[in-house]
Design a binder for this molecule. Structure first.
Ligand code: PLP
Length: 459
């Protein structure tokens, strides 16, 4: 008989961290400011107050090291947090690797991903400020689902513009949003100026995330009782996600394990930042030395092939300018299955840390990722969302290097969601109809240059 193996490392509710970690306190050099597109000057709190409540605006620029999580948010977090940390014994065995692989699993949340970690505090701070309704965009529907759930906790209305193509082809998350009490419109819609303009040009438009953002922002900006919420990219979103890394540090301490490599997938950077920021704090303090690796899709390679420059967060150009690794705000990635990773830019915080050499980045084609996802499902029993299969592909690659070298590396990866509503993507993979998309660097560079022409560059 083999010794019984410990698969799950759990925390009790009492052990759950009660503060978010603010990486801005410890970054060796401060990141460049966000700019007003009209003036080219740094934006102030008032520039953002038609869209966000003051608590979130202040968290966007806060420099204290920790922010207390409000009791009303901790109460909701406890519906699924602390989330489990798993040792992937069965995956290790299948790979024949001496590496020890751990994964922090966020699929236990109400939306099946990490997104409620920020949706809940965003809804809370808006309700506290007297706001009655939140608007947002959603692609495949992960963020819309999280926000609809969060709004239901604090009696807010939730109105979601969902990219038309997903609205028609992937009904299950729309139904989940409606079940949680949200309202969903296909985008472009005739409810907004932005939507009507697009529909006038192209009545059959299948929409895009950029158009959906424009619609949601337009509605929020016009009504003082309505605000807008974003599910990734911004500093306050990454702040809220640090509960993931803080829990993981406590869980690893329980078993006396120290991580050599952290791996996460990056769309806008929030699940990856949430896991790794607390580990970076420990690294900067000299208490551990993990290598930190971001994994992005080869079809949307903002870190590995993008340009570090000021750009808009949306396609139409309504948002402030953020300095980030970008493929250009008009970039339309190929329709890969990891919808959450199809964003033209990267969180300014992650971009800055990458530029300063605190993390590595690699890009993976989706066929390699689905192969990793299937192996993971067959060994560990969880069907991963298509997004974290990117992190799993890089994890498996490293574990196989360890097999050759005999190194007993400790790898921690972010399993940021399950794929129960993404089964058609697995169907496509299993039936051999997955296509890999990549970019010639020269073509990509020319397109990015064209998109960034005429934008201010303060720094
Ligand atoms: C939204 C989403 C992502 C991408 O967003 P990040 O901000 O990069 O984390 C990745 N995985 C899942 C499961 C998502 O829902």
């Amino acid at each position: 008989m083999a010794d019984s193996l410990q698969h799950k490392i759990l925390l009790s509710e009492d052990e759950m961290p009660t503060r978010w970690y603010n990486v801005l306190h410890d970054v060796p050099t401060p990141p460049p400011p966000v700019l007003h597109p009209g003036t080219g000057q740094p934006v102030g709190p008032d520039d953002l107050s038609s869209l966000f409540p003051m608590d979130l605006i202040l968290q966007e620029v806060a420099t204290e090291q920790y922010v207390d999580i409000p009791a009303e948010v901790l109460d909701v977090y406890k519906l699924w947090r602390p989330s489990p940390l798993y040792r992937a014994h069965r995956l290790e065995k299948a790979l024949g690797t001496p590496a020890r692989i751990y994964y922090k699993y966020e699929g236990v949340s109400p939306a099946g991903s990490h997104k409620p970690n920020t949706a809940v505090p965003q809804a809370f701070y808006n309700a506290k400020a007297g706001i009655k309704k939140l608007t947002t965009e959603t692609g495949a529907g992960q963020w819309g689902t999280a926000l609809a759930f969060a709004c239901a906790q604090y009696d807010l209305e939730c109105e979601v513009w969902q990219v038309r193509a997903s609205y028609d082809q992937k009904p299950y998350r729309r139904i989940m949003i409606e079940t949680f009490g949200g309202t969903v419109h296909p985008s472009p819609s005739d409810l907004t100026e932005a939507g009507r303009t697009i529909l006038a040009q192209d009545p059959g438009s299948s929409g895009s995330l950029g158009i959906a953002i424009s619609e949601a922002v337009e509605v929020a900006a016009q009504d003082p009782a309505t605000n807008y919420a974003l599910g990734s990219v911004l500093n306050h979103v990454l702040l809220h996600q640090t509960i993931i890394g803080e829990e993981a540090l406590l869980q690893l301490a329980k078993i006396g394990e120290r991580v050599d490599l952290l791996v996460g997938c990056t769309g806008g950077g929030s699940n990856f930042g949430g896991l790794m920021f607390p580990f970076l704090r420990e690294k900067w303090a000299g208490r551990m030395y993990p290598v930190v690796r971001a994994v992005e899709p080869a079809a949307c390679p903002s870190l590995t092939q993008g340009t570090y420059a000021y750009d808009f967060g949306d396609t139409i150009g309504l948002t402030p300018l953020m300095k980030m690794h970008t493929l250009g705000h008009d970039f339309v990635p190929d329709p890969i299955h990891a919808g959450g990773l199809r964003y033209h830019g990267m969180s300014p915080l992650i971009s800055h840390l990458y530029e300063e050499g605190h993390l590595e980045a690699v890009a993976k084609p989706q066929s390699e990722c689905f192969a990793a996802g299937v192996l993971f499902a067959r060994t560990e029993g969880i069907v991963p969302a298509p997004e974290p299969t990117h992190a799993l592909a890089a994890t498996i690659e490293e574990a196989l290097h360890c097999k050759e070298s005999g190194e007993e590396k400790v790898i921690l990866t972010a399993l940021c969601g399950h794929g129960h509503l993404d089964l058609p993507a697995y169907d496509a993979y299993l039936s051999g109809s997955i296509v890999d998309h990549g970019w010639e660097d020269a073509d990509l560079q020319a397109a990015v240059r064209a998109a960034l022409e005429n934008l201010p560059t303060l720094v």
